[in-house]
Design a protein around this ligand. Structure first.
Ligand SMILES: *Cc1c(COP(=O)(O)O)cnc(C)c1O
Ligand SMILES: [Zn+2]
Length: 561
């Protein structure tokens, strides 16, 4: 039987047709195989086939290992939005940060790509039962798609998976088996169970359709980024022009490494077909308490030493033994793209959750926040350059289980007084007046750029209650200071006409305003002469691209006393 794809064994290079019911190499029995397509032909035909197709992952069906797609299984997987992270970009001085919002997948994580394609392949092969081992999200995705396909699902979960996620798995009719032990032990138990019963198992990066599902992230990014930026310039040396633009970096939080393996393969296929101008560098970000890939990468080792007892609260990322997936990812990165493996602490991830929600309006799960914390770290370290284009995979939505990240005091209690019963309206007003008794400190934000004023306003509002004033130039700033006498001024240096230096001088010359503390925020590196001019006149100096919300807020708090 002929089809549009074939799988090649990574050990003996034997090529054979693929059936999800019999995943191993018929020649050597190896379980590591990769799908290959007719790239020469697709280089010409793919761009002609795409227009008019719905924006979901099945639009790339000629590059998926499914013989005929089954619309009855689809829930609109893939086709998630790509958008610019304007505020985060401003905070980091990096204007071209894009977010691939995989939270908007049917079960709210990017595992849906893997599950949708894998379950379609299983269905096509007549499989009726499936075993998965999971840190949570894989089991949720597989359970949902298995339910649609009428496939019975067994999910082996470590006992650290939050109970709410386990219930989410169970509601789809999946049989949940809770294993007290590490994720790696859980995988072993699941494998033994599957073998004993002769049930097909999802084998992570060895499941060909799963990797192929993940690679569609790369295809979508190339198409979407190009719609923002236009196609890449013609190469002046070769005269060739490419259809799509790829970013400089693809960044993802990583546990087992399925995502980046699929995504590098996707970009490498696009490059092979001559459709993109480059294969992006990969930044794989792990949680510090479980970062076997990062340790191995930094030591330049081909194999990762397993972390036997992961110490991170982020259960989703607790793969201690990535096995051959790491070796494969490393060789793909070295061969195609380059990049880096880096880790962040749980705290850094929780901080990232807060600023993503407060700056970008995105509520993400801690595992997804790890990627964003990684971006901050890599930009600050100069590994990612501020002029580079980066795409961050926002891998999953927060769940109501993440109770501990807000701490206390995130809401105010409003107890209805007794007199409510007699005169409800009066009672309500009395109660409300008690909520708003304190007088809040006032802050003047002075900047000619409305985006910067808006950003600073957002940062301050996310950190406490302030009365905020804005001035758009130096003249307005001086008038505002005299009239309102704010508790603090946040001042831009480079403004047309009356610049920040002149504002400082005018404020100091007036005894009424001389005592107001000033934080100077500047976009450019100051010369030593300019720094000298500021010395003794400002309380704090901050570089625009480089202040994070917490730094500015800490400074504001300390100056307000
Ligand atoms: C699975 C998962 C990851 C890690 O993905 P891998 O590519 O398998 O390492 C990151 N974030 C979320 C939300 C996940 O569900
Ligand atoms: Zn083989």
């Amino acid at each position: 039987m002929s089809s549009h794809f074939i799988v090649e064994c990574l050990d003996c290079h034997h090529k054979a047709p693929y059936f999800a019911s019999a995943p191993n190499c018929p020649n050597c029995g190896g379980s590591w195989r990769e799908a290959r397509y007719d790239y020469d032909n697709l280089a010409h035909s793919l761009p002609l086939l795409l227009p008019g197709r719905p924006f979901d992952l099945w639009r790339y069906r000629e590059l998926l290992p499914i013989r005929s797609i089954n619309p009855d299984l689809s829930m609109g997987e893939g086709g998630t939005p790509l958008f610019r992270a304007v505020n985060l970009g401003m905070m980091l001085g990096c204007p071209n940060i894009y977010i691939k919002d995989e939270r908007q997948s049917p079960t709210n994580s990017f595992k849906d790509r893997q599950a949708a394609v894998m379950v379609a392949a299983l269905k096509e092969s007549g499989v009726t039962e499936l075993v998965v081992a999971s840190t949570g999200n894989v089991a949720i995705s597989y359970s949902a798609y298995a339910a649609r396909a009428g496939i019975k699902c067994w999910a082996f979960l470590t006992s650290v998976v939050p109970a709410e996620k386990m219930r989410e798995v169970a509601i789809y009719g999946t049989q949940v088996i809770k294993v007290t032990g590490s994720y790696d032990q859980t995988k072993q138990v699941a494998a033994t169970f599957a073998k004993q019963r002769g049930i097909v198992q999802d084998t992570g990066a060895r499941s060909v359709p799963a990797i192929e599902g993940m690679k569609t992230i790369a295809f979508e990014i190339a198409e979407q980024l190009t719609s923002f930026t236009g196609p890449p310039d013609r190469n002046p040396d070769t005269g060739t022009s490419r259809l799509w633009r790829a970013p400089d970096w693809y960044i993802q939080s990583v546990s087992g490494g399925m995502g980046p393996i699929g995504v590098v393969k996707g970009f490498a296929e696009l490059a092979q077909m001559g459709l993109i101008d480059r294969v992006p560098k990969i930044a794989a970000i792990q949680a510090e308490g479980c970062a076997p890939m990062v340790h191995a990468w930094k030591l330049n080792q081909e194999t990762a030493t397993p972390v036997r007892s992961p110490s991170t609260m982020i259960a989703t990322l607790a793969t201690g033994d990535p096995g051959r997936t790491y070796t494969l990812l490393r060789s793909k990165m070295l061969e195609n793209s380059g990049g880096i493996c880096e880790s962040v602490t749980d705290e850094e991830a929780f901080r990232a959750m807060h600023y993503l929600a407060k700056m970008e309006g995105l509520s993400v799960e801690p595992a997804a926040a790890v990627a964003f914390a990684g971006v901050v770290k890599l930009i600050r370290a100069g590994v990612i350059k501020q002029n580079e284009t980066i795409v961050i995979n926002c891998t999953g939505h927060t769940m109501p289980i993440e109770k501990f990240i807000l701490g206390d005091g995130w809401s105010r209690n409003l107890d209805m007084p007794k007199e409510m019963q007699d005169s409800p309206e009066e009672g309500l007003l009395a109660a409300l007046s008690r909520v708003a008794v304190d007088r809040y400190p006032s802050i003047a934000i002075v900047d000619d750029n409305p985006d910067v004023r808006r950003l600073i306003r957002r940062i301050l509002q996310s950190q406490g209650e302030f009365i905020l004033h804005e001035a758009t130039n130096g003249r307005e700033a001086i008038d505002l200071a005299r009239k309102e006498h704010p508790n603090l001024i946040i001042l831009d240096l480079m403004m047309p006409e009356l610049d920040g230096f002149s504002v400082l001088e005018a404020l100091e010359a007036d005894p009424d305003t001389a005592d107001i503390p000033v934080i100077v925020v500047t976009a450019k590196e100051l010369t030593s002469a300019e720094k000298e001019r500021l010395r003794g006149h400002v309380q704090s100096l901050m570089q625009k691209g480089d202040f994070m919300s917490d730094d500015l807020a800490d400074e504001v708090r300390s100056l307000l006393g």
